[in-house]
Structures are given as C-alpha cells and as structure tokens.
Write a protein that binds this ligand. Structure first.
Ligand code: PA5
Length: 434
C-alpha cells in the first residue's frame, strides 16, 4: 500500500477536523463507485485494471513487438490526456534520457502533436531523417488540431517512404470504437486500431491502449502494470481513514478550505517530472471549475529548491506540498574520498547518494513545515511496473473522490473549449465565423 503521512499538516488541521470529514469522504467514494454523481457516464476507468491480460492487451503486446522489430523510432502523436500518461510512465521507469543509445529492436520514442511549435516539429524531422519509423495516433475525438496536423504530415512521410501498403503496417490509431474522424480514417485506410472506451475520458485513459501501447514499445511489462492497478482497485476500495486515498483526499480538502489553494506535487526523482505533468492535468482539469479548485503545480526536488525554494519557504502562505518518495534502487552510488578535500566534502566520504538525498528530504520537510507550509508525504516504496499501475489508479481514485468532495463534476472540461473556439475563429475554420 502507498503510505500517506499527514503528520506535517497538524499545524493547519486537527484530528477532529479530519474525523468530521469521514461522512463526506464516504459519500464521495460511494458517489464514485455507485455512479450516482455528475459525469457518471465517464466511470469506465474504475474497471479498466485486470489481473490477467485481455485480448486487447495481447494485441497491444503483439503490435508493440512488431514496432520494436521494424522501427528505429516510434512517434506517439497526441495531446493532453492522449499524451501525458504514456510519456509520464516511460520517463519514470526509464529516465528522462531514455532515448539515448536506442534503435531498432528497442526504438527511440518521441512525442508529437502536443504543440504547434515549428522548432519542435523541425527537430522531429531531423530526428527522423534516414530512420525507419512507425506512429501511433492517439485522439479520442479524432479532431484535435495539434495531433491532426502532425498526423497529416507524418502519414504522408510514411506513405512516401514505404508506399501506401507499407505505410499501413506502420500506422496505429487509438481512438473511440465507433465515432470520430480518426476512426473513419483508420477504417478507410486499413490501419490497426485500439480502443479508448467511450466511458473513459482522456485524463483517465492511461490504462487503455493510450498508455499501454507506448509503454509496451518502450519494453515496459504492461501485464505487470495492469496487475498492479488491479490490486490497487481492491486495496483502495477500503471505506475508512486507513485508506491512504481517503487521507489524501480529505486533507487536501481541509487545507483548501483553510486558504491553501495551491498544491505543489513534488518528487526527488528527475524522471518523475512528466508524472507531475500527468497529475497536474488529472487534478487541474477535474477540479478547476465553478470558480473552485486547488491550483496544481509540479516541482522537482532538489533542483527546484534552488528556484522555488525561497517562495515556498517565505512567500505567501497559500500553498501546501505533497512530497512523493520512492525507495532507492539496489545499485548504490557512494561519495568518494579526496585527500586534498578542497571541496570540504570528506565528511560525506563513504556515504551513499541515497543517504544524502534522504537528509535533503527530511531537512526540506522540516524547513517547509516550520515555514508554515503543510506537507503531505507519499511513500511509494519500490519503483517497479506493478507500482506504476498502482500509482496511476491511486491518484485517479483520489482525484475522483476529491472532486466530488469539492462539489464539481470530475469528468468534464468545458473550459478547454474556449481557446479552441477563438483559435478556430482566427484560423477561419468553417462554422466559426462569428
Ligand atoms: O483529458 C482530456 O479529455 C483532454 O486532455 C484530451 O485528452 C485532449 O484534449 C485530447 O483530446 P483527444 O484525445 O480527443 O484528441
């Protein structure tokens, strides 16, 4: 079980405050699992985890194997919920530099269609030069502008390079089972497809082919990821404060009502940065509506202690932190000795990097708590595939419960449409003239 420690929030909230919320958390949890709340047509994610591979998962693994054998590079096209999950998973498991040294057999993985930057596009074109590549187009609606533009260009590149039939074998579409432009294109062109179930929204889709195909191409054991999530589904179904999901949801709700309207979600692992991005979308899009919501910000420690640290320690007291910890890996790194000791580091000689990291964590925790910033800690334990699946499910469940406690629909995102309407008008898209 993931351990949530709230001992560093007691200055701000009290045990009676927490216990008084029990009924509310219970009700929010039931609203979610019984499907009686707003947005209840988007609860498919609750039952995605399975202990044994499904037929769809077997097809995903087989496609991943073909992609690995035939491609130097795999390009994943998508944005928002159709992009953040797979990138988060791959970077957490394999590090932010996972592409270095990869090629056919274990392809590099690049992400496209998540911006409108020409520089980013030109860089991708350079990276694809002379390379065998395959693409996955991920879009539930099939109409999102950023991935649609990237798709059009990448598809033509593949057709020019491999011919129409050759290209077909290198294009995979992950979309709604029946509707949308991408579904229609895939059917007409004969691309292999995987499904985003209609009752699973983008930011809750990481345990569908959206996350699983890119993970499998990266060599991550998706059966273990799903088994971890399936176990989490059972474990976190518990209806009491022994459930860390309850603790996390209840404490962030209490803190919000005490004016802590910013949550900094932090880890001491550089590979966690995109996981922070995934969490940011999950909580931001789920809670930020009706003029309510905790503003989600992600940070990487210790790096950001040298940029955000001052603000956290002594800036406006409107934030709390959630610090995520993992057990250190087996292979240790040790501080060496230097007889001159000009850097004054010999007092650390023989100490592991993990030991130094732990002291940095404890020191930061105490400093920020002293500075009036409540800190929730999440001890994830060992990082492996099962843990990855568990973590995704744990955070999704926490988010659904939190949002219902806040009184908002966790599963819509009406605000996202505003910029699109303006952009379409400016671009002259038919139907957006006024
Ligand atoms: O969470 C969401 O629903 C959004 O972030 C979408 O995933 C994102 O806008 C991409 O949409 P689509 O998958 O339809 O291209």
């Amino acid at each position: 079980m993931i351990k949530v420690d709230i001992s560093n929030v007691w200055g701000e909230v009290s045990l009676p405050d927490l216990l008084a919320l029990e009924k509310e958390v219970f009700a929010a949890h039931n609203t979610l699992t019984e499907g009686t709340g707003e947005g209840n047509d988007f609860l498919g994610w609750l039952n995605l985890p399975v202990a044994e591979p499904t037929e769809e998962m077997r097809r995903i693994s087989a496609a991943a194997e073909r992609i690995r054998e035939s491609s130097d590079v795999f390009v994943v096209v998508g944005i928002g919920g159709s992009y953040l999950g797979p990138r988060a998973a791959i970077e957490l498991m394999q590090g932010p530099n996972h592409n270095i040294g990869k090629g056919k057999g274990n392809p590099q993985i690049f992400f496209a269609g998540n911006s409108l930057s020409t520089r980013h596009w030109n860089e991708l074109m350079r990276l694809l030069e002379g390379k065998d590549f395959s693409i996955a187009i991920i879009s539930k609606s099939g109409t999102t502008t950023e991935p649609a533009i990237a798709t059009r260009a990448l598809r033509w590149m593949l057709e020019r390079k491999y011919g129409t039939d050759g290209a077909k074998k290198r294009i995979y579409a992950i979309t709604d089972p029946c509707k949308g432009a991408l579904r229609q294109m895939a059917s007409e062109e004969g691309w292999e497809t995987f499904v985003i179930p209609p009752n699973v929204g983008g930011r809750y889709s990481v345990l569908t082919a959206v996350g699983l195909l890119p993970m499998a191409v990266a060599g991550i054991d998706i059966n273990a990821v799903m088994a971890g999530a399936a176990e989490a589904k059972e474990t976190y179904n518990l209806r009491s404060f022994e459930n860390p999901v309850w603790l996390y949801a209840a404490v962030r709700n209490l803190l919000y009502h005490r004016g802590k309207c910013i949550e900094l979600f932090e880890s001491f692992e550089p590979g966690f940065k995109m996981m922070g991005g995934w969490w940011q979308q999950l909580f931001g899009e789920s809670e930020g509506k009706d003029n309510k919501g905790i503003f989600p910000v992600t940070a990487e420690l210790t790096a950001d202690l040298h940029s955000l640290g001052q603000m956290i320690q002594q800036g406006e007291r409107n934030m709390f932190e959630t610090m995520v910890r993992f057990a250190p890996p087996e292979k240790a790194a040790v501080v060496g000795s230097d007889w001159k000791n000009l850097d004054g580091l010999n007092y650390l000689e023989g100490k592991t990097l993990a030991f130094v990291d732990e002291q940095a964590y404890l020191g930061t925790l105490a400093a920020h708590a002293d500075g009036g910033v409540p800190v929730i800690t999440m001890d994830m334990g060992e990082l492996n595939e099962e843990k990855l699946g568990e973590m995704f499910y744990f955070l999704e469940l926490s988010c659904g419960i939190s949002a219902y406690m806040l009184g908002v629909n966790p599963f819509n995102q009406p605000g996202v449409e505003y910029y699109k309407r303006n952009m379409f008008h400016l671009l002259g898209k038919p139907g957006y003239e006024s």
